[in-house]
Design a protein around this ligand. Structure first.
Ligand code: FES
Length: 154
C-alpha cells in the first residue's frame, strides 16, 4: 500500500494533468523507480489512486516492455536486436554478454547485480549496435565496452 509520503510524490506528478488518470504512465514509472518493478499489488494501488480499473492498469503494464513485472539486476542491459543493430553485430554483443555473465535474456545473475533483456528498436539506430543500460544509452557497443561496464559494476 502506498504511504502518505509516496502519495504526496504522486500528487506532484498528477497535478500537471487535467485528469488524474492521464498520469498513468508517469505514475507507473515513478512506482517502478521506487520498487524496481511493478507488482500486482502496486497495480492495485495505482488503480485505486488514479480511480481506474485494475485491469486497465494491468493492460498498460503488460503492453509496454519498459514496465517490469519481475525484479531485474542492479544493472540492466536491454540490448536492441532490431535491423540496424542486428546488421551491426547485436547478436554477437548479446552472445558476449551471455557468456560473460552466464545468463540468458530474461535472466538475472544469482548475485542480483546484472540482468539481460533483448529489446526492439530504442530509437538510437545511428549508434548501432546499442543498448539501454538502466537509464543510459550505450552505443557503438563492442566487447571492450561490455567488459568495462561489467567490471565497473561488479
Ligand atoms: S535498430 Fe537498434 S536502436 Fe534502432
Amino acid at each position: 500500500m502506498f504511504t502518505a509520503d509516496f502519495i504526496q510524490e504522486l500528487d506532484k506528478i498528477t497535478v500537471k494533468y487535467d485528469q488524474k488518470k492521464a498520469a498513468l504512465l508517469p505514475v507507473l514509472h515513478h512506482v517502478q523507480e521506487k520498487d524496481g518493478l511493478i507488482t500486482p499489488e502496486a497495480e492495485k494501488d495505482v488503480a485505486k489512486y488514479l480511480e481506474l480499473p485494475v485491469s486497465h492498469v494491468h493492460q498498460v503494464v503488460c503492453f509496454y516492455h519498459l514496465f517490469r513485472q519481475k525484479k531485474q539486476g542492479k544493472v540492466h542491459f536491454a540490448v536492441c536486436e532490431t535491423t540496424a543493430c542486428a546488421l551491426r553485430g547485436a547478436e554477437d554483443i548479446i552472445g558476449y554478454i551471455r557468456q560473460r555473465l552466464n545468463i540468458k535474456p530474461g535472466e538475472t545473475t544469482p548475485d542480483g547485480k546484472f540482468s539481460l533483456e533483448v529489446v526492439e528498436c530504442l530509437g538510437a539506430c545511428e549508434t548501432a549496435p546499442m543498448m539501454q543500460c538502466n537509464k543510459e544509452y550505450k552505443g557503438f557497443l563492442d566487447k571492450k565496452k561490455i567488459d568495462e561496464l561489467i567490471e565497473k559494476n561488479k
